[in-house]
Design a protein around this ligand. Sequence first.
Ligand code: ADP
Ligand code: MG
Length: 397
Amino acid sequence: MSKKTIRDVDLKGKKVLVRVDFNVPMKDGKITDENRIVQALPTINYALENGAKLILLSHLGRIKEEADKEKNSLRVVATRLGELLGKEVIFVPETRGEKVEQAISNMKDGDVVMLENTRFEDLNNKAESKNNPELGKYWASLGELFVNDAFGTAHRAHASNVGISANIETAVAGFLMEKEIKFIGGAVDNPARPFVAILGGAKVSDKISVIGNLLTKADKILICGAMAYTFYKALGHEVGTSLCEEDYVDFAKGLLDKAQGKIVLPVDVVVTREFAADAESEVVAIDGIGKDQMGLDIGPRTIDQFKKELEGAKTVVWNGPAGVFEFPKFAVGTNAICTILAELEDATTIIGGGDSAAAANQLGFSDKFTHISTGGGASLEYLEGKELPGVAAINDK
Ligand code: ADP
Ligand code: MG
C-alpha cells in the first residue's frame, strides 16, 4: 500500500487521535449490529499494546436538530467498546472544551478516552460535515498523531477525518482502513483473473459509474436484482410492473453494445403480481414476463448460469443483492450467490455495498467471504474508481 500505516509510527506515550467508524445501526437505544466496533478492535488493541493514549472520535447517525442528540449519543457505544476491550473507556459527553481537554490531560499510557458524536458539531453550521477549518484544527490540537481507521466515512471530507489530517504532521491508516484499501483497491486495480463482478440491487441510476468502471476492469459482469429489468427493456422485452428506470434504458442499451458479451443477464426470473413477502410466485423466462407481473428474484436456470460463469474465477466483487432478499421467499437467488462464492476455491471474494453486506450477514455467510466491506457508500465510490478524500488525506509512504 502506498499509504503510511499505524505500523510505521512510534506510539509509545503519545496522545493518539483515532477516527473510527462507530456509526452502528441502533434500535430503541440498543446496538443492533456491532460489526463496525469489532472491526476497529485490531487498531485499538495494537495502539494500546504499544503504549498509546487513545482518543477516539466517531460520528453516529445524522444530527439536524437538538432533538437528534439523545438517540445518537455514543455513550452506549463507549460502554460496549469497554466490554469488548475488557477495560474502561472514559466517555466524555462533549466534542470540545474544558471537559474534553481535562480528560485528555489526565490520561495515562494505555488509557482510552472517547468523545461524543462528532456530528453534534453539525448544529454549529454543519462544522463537522462541511469540514470547518477551525474544528479540524481544534481536534488536531488535542493529539500528537492521527490514525484514520474510518473507511466507512472515507468518501466524505469531514472535519474529523480530512480536517484533522490537514492540521497534524502525521496522519496514518489503521488496520481496517488498510484492509479495505488492500481488498477493494486491489480487486479494482490489480485483480487476479478471471475477475468477475456481480452487480445487482435496486437501481441502474445508483450504479452507473460502478458499471462503467468495472466494465473496463472485469472479465465478466453478471447483472441481477432490479437492475436487470432496465437492461431487458433495452433489449425490447416486456418487463411488466418490475422496477425499471425508463430514463436509463438508452444508457443500458449503450452499455450492452459497448460490452461485447462481457455483460451477462439472467435467463429466468421469479415473478409475482404484488410486492409482498408471501406473494404467489412463478418462474418465467425473460421473454415471458406478463404485463401485470413484477420480477423479484433470479430464477433457477440463472443460478446455474451464474455458477458456470463463476467457475474458476480468481477475483469476485459483488455489489447489490440478486432479489428482494428482505422477503425470505425472494432471497433464494441472493442465498445461492453466497453459496457459490463460499465454495469457490482460491478466489478472493469481496462484498462492497451496504445492503449486500447486510444480506450476506443475515443469510449466515459473514465469515465465508475474503472481505465484506464495512463502508457501503465508500466501497461504492471506490468501485467507481474515485479517489476517496479520507484516504487521500493519509500520509504517503
Ligand atoms: P447495495 O446497498 O448493496 O449497494 P442497493 O442499495 O443497490 O444495494 O440495493 C438493495 C435493494 O435492492 C434491496 O433493498 C433489495 O430489496 C432491492 N432489490 C433487489 N432486487 C430487486 C427487485 N427485483 N425488485 C425490487 N427491488 C429489488
Ligand atoms: Mg443500499
